[in-house]
Design a protein around this ligand. Structure first.
Ligand code: ATP
Length: 442
């Protein structure tokens, strides 16, 4: 998918965001000391909290709050036949071209804006060839074809292979879904746009199994649910849109598909796909495994292969959208400037920073931080002047700073500063945890 040329331009520049992410420990190149490895990224102390908060929110909404969805956590490597049944061995490929001069490799459908050949002038491309995106590995001591396995290219296939076991174990009836969050791997020809297109990434997927006649209804239901989720986590509505797939874009087994797109600094791009996959998956696994995966409706006694509505969101892409949406540079009174990450408080890596005004106040302030940590991720910082400490927390996206000053000793109160408005309020120490919790969870 290429970026829209008519996309409104966004103020955040990717190079500023990428540099803040590395400097503050959100996200940086994997194996950085060896020069990095293309398409692989590490999440630092702030990044892992942000990503975990996103995953926890998804799990809460999609699994915990529902009677009709069960969670699983399957292995990354599954039986190689899984990928034959799913069609990945045969079809999961992108068209690739090589430049005969500079020897670089590109996706044939993404040549727009790649620039000139480093050897001078235009690239000298080969004819497009198909390149399978699955990452191969070998099981056991031998590297023979018989021992070949694949790192999963999507998390959903094990949901299909586990369908019967999970349905029976959880005593579920249609309609119901199975969800999981986990790593997926794709040997992308041209990883780019920071974490947007990586070779190792996380997906959160739901496969919702329905009777054939109910497909359309559930497709609309899940599209609305998922679109609402992205607004709930704080992405601005004007940066989100839905895009229906054209008939010629649909996978051959897909009856309908709609992407949720986010307006990144590099244009509108997919962060989630909602797909009506029909009965393709369970039919194929029935055939390849020789196991009956059909379902009998206990009222009508009708026997059929369940149809599937899928919601598939990239955790890394959504985390990147959260970072882009949150980033702001502001001019303050007095000619000062600040960079602030305006995360939704529920998603913010650190919820509150406790800052004693002087080192002499460290002990009681640290006690407050310890108490807060029982309920939320709280940070304690005693070093540097208070203005610098506020700026550091603004960059980390911490929604509240709690300042413990000399008066706190006598009046039993602290000052809480809100990140976005920078408004300050004085509140009793014993009420701080409840005050924060109310504002974080809304
Ligand atoms: P694209 O067209 O951008 O390659 P896709 O249509 O192949 O994406 P799906 O197979 O539908 O993507 O995967 C579901 C979700 O997984 C995507 O919406 C995206 O958020 C995430 N995803 C897919 N590929 C990658 C990748 N290489 N890096 C990061 N996230 C990815």
């Amino acid at each position: 998918m290429t970026a829209d040329s008519d996309a409104p331009t966004r103020s955040v520049r990717m190079e500023d965001l990428v540099s803040l992410c590395a400097r503050r420990g959100f996200i940086f190149a994997s194996s950085e000391i060896y020069g990095g490895i293309n398409g692989f990224w590490d999440y630092g102390p702030l990044g892992v909290e942000l990503k975990n908060n996103l995953k926890a929110r998804w799990w809460q909404r999609m699994v915990r709050e529902r009677d009709d969805v069960e969670g699983i956590d399957s292995s990354i490597i599954c039986h190689p036949k899984t990928w034959e049944a799913s069609g990945h061995v045969e079809h999961f490929s992108d068209p690739m071209v090589d430049c005969k001069a500079c020897k670089k490799r590109f996706r044939a459908d993404q040549l727009e804006g790649i620039g000139k050949c480093s050897e001078g002038g235009a690239h000298d491309f080969t004819d497009p060839r198909n390149f399978n995106l699955m990452l191969k590995t070998f099981i056991g001591a031998s590297e023979e074809a018989a021992a070949t396995a694949y790192l999963r290219a999507e998390t959903c296939q094990s949901i299909f292979t586990d369908f019967k076991r999970v349905r029976e174990a959880a005593r579920q009836k249609l309609p119901f879904g199975i969800a999981q969050i986990g790593k997926a791997f794709r040997n992308e020809i041209n990883p780019r746009n920071f974490t947007f297109r990586s070779r190792e990434f996380e997906q959160a997927e739901l496969e919702f199994f329905v009777a054939p006649a109910d497909r359309e209804k559930w497709f609309q239901y899940w599209l609305a649910e998922r679109f609402a989720f992205h607004q709930e986590i704080g992405l601005r509505p004007e940066h989100l849109r839905q895009r229906d797939h054209e008939p010629d874009e649909l996978a051959h087994y897909c009856n309908a598909a709609c992407d949720v797109e986010y307006l990144f600094p590099f244009g509108w791009q997919e962060i989630e796909g909602i797909h009506d996959r029909g009965d393709w998956d369970l039919t194929r696994h029935t055939e390849y495994a020789g196991k009956d995966l059909s379902y009998v409706d206990d009222q009508t006694k009708e026997k059929f292969i369940p149809h599937v509505v899928e919601t598939s969101v990239g955790i890394d892409r959504t985390t990147l959208a959260l970072l882009c949406d949150a980033y702001a540079e502001e001019d303050l009174e007095g000619g000062d400037q600040r960079t602030v990450m305006r995360f939704h408080p529920a998603l913010a890596p650190i919820k509150a920073a406790v800052l004693p005004l002087s080192k002499k106040l460290a002990e009681p302030a640290e006690k407050l931080a310890r108490d807060l940590r029982k309920r939320m991720n709280a940070y304690f910082d005693v070093s540097g002047n208070i203005g610098k400490r506020y700026r550091r927390q603004d960059e980390a996206g911490t929604p509240f700073c709690v300042t413990y000053d000399f008066d706190s000793e006598t009046d039993g109160q602290v000052t809480v500063r809100e990140r976005d408005s920078m408004r300050q309020d004085r509140i009793p120490i014993e009420g701080v945890a409840a005050w924060l919790a109310e504002r974080i969870e809304g």
